[in-house]
Design a protein around this ligand. Structure first.
Ligand code: CIR
Length: 265
């Protein structure tokens, strides 16, 4: 069953303004970022009470985007990734240290690279996007680790954009949102009993699905929010403008962990 048992976040770095981003034309407001991040954490904590936050690191501008540092496979197994961007590699250390002792930790080294933002979980299936950050070797390592746990891994090229989950995400266990302008091969979702919805706004493609049909949607995607409300989902809207400026969205600032026998995305 779809369930989130606990959540891990990481405080935004004081150097967040130096993050990697494809368009640096609008300045990032660090105070506003911290405020928006607090609102994000508060929102998640109201839904999932078990929450831990790792300290930031001034040397790691992108460390708030903790999703990219690992892929949680079940309540006791996690793959610590080797992020595709060299400036983000050291982010994994604090996450690995924190999770060691709690979970069985597997690691990844060059030439394999993988960002958690390229891995979408749908039940007992993982769908990995081959992107500028995640390569075939990284996805194969994930596949080899997931298989004995009864989890199948599919992969598909990401035609454009940063991460697979920048282009598609689950709004609930049954509903997948995707940005039609990216050109994902939708056959990769075959057999997963998903309703596929093309979103009218790019920033609507990445939402955060939580238990009890709750979903968090970016304020930059009001038409997507309306579509989901009309489908009966319990929608919360958050302003994440400063994360969008850093090419981030709603799944990126957290790692979700399932309880035994459950899964989450
Ligand atoms: C990066 O370029 O790596 C960050 N500025 C944004 C990462 C966003 N993470 C994600 O989509 N999972």
């Amino acid at each position: 069953m779809f369930q989130v048992d606990r959540i891990l976040t990481r405080k935004p770095s004081v150097s967040f303004q130096n993050c990697i981003r494809h368009d640096a034309s609008s300045p990032i407001d660090l105070d506003l970022m911290n405020h928006q991040h607090l609102a994000y954490v508060k929102c998640l904590s109201q839904i999932v009470s078990d929450h831990n936050q790792l300290d930031d690191d001034p040397a790691l501008p992108d460390c708030v985007f903790i999703e990219d540092t690992c892929v949680v496979l079940d309540h006791e197994t996690v793959l610590i990734t080797n992020p595709g961007a060299p400036s983000r590699r050291a982010e994994v250390q604090a996450v690995q240290e924190y999770l060691t002792g709690e979970l069985r930790v597997h690691t990844m080294v060059d030439p394999a690279t993988l960002d958690g933002g390229d891995v979408l979980r749908v039940g007992q299936t993982l769908i990995a996007g081959r992107s500028e950050r995640s390569n075939e070797a990284g996805i194969q390592l994930l596949r080899d680790l997931a298989k004995p746990l009864g989890i199948e891994t599919r992969s598909t090229p990401l035609p454009k954009g940063l991460h697979f989950k920048s282009a598609c995400s689950l709004a609930s266990p049954e509903v997948l949102l995707y940005d039609p302008s990216v050109g994902i091969d939708l056959s990769v979702f075959e057999g997963l009993s998903l309703d596929l919805i093309a979103v009218p706004e790019k920033d609507g493609a990445n939402v955060l699905a939580l238990p009890q049909q709750r979903v968090i949607v970016s304020q930059a995607a009001p038409r997507t929010a309306r579509i989901l409300e009309q489908r009966g989902l319990d929608v919360t809207i958050l302003n994440i403008s400063e994360m969008h400026k850093a090419d981030g969205a709603l799944t990126c600032p957290s790692v979700r962990l399932p309880a035994k026998g459950h899964w989450c995305t």
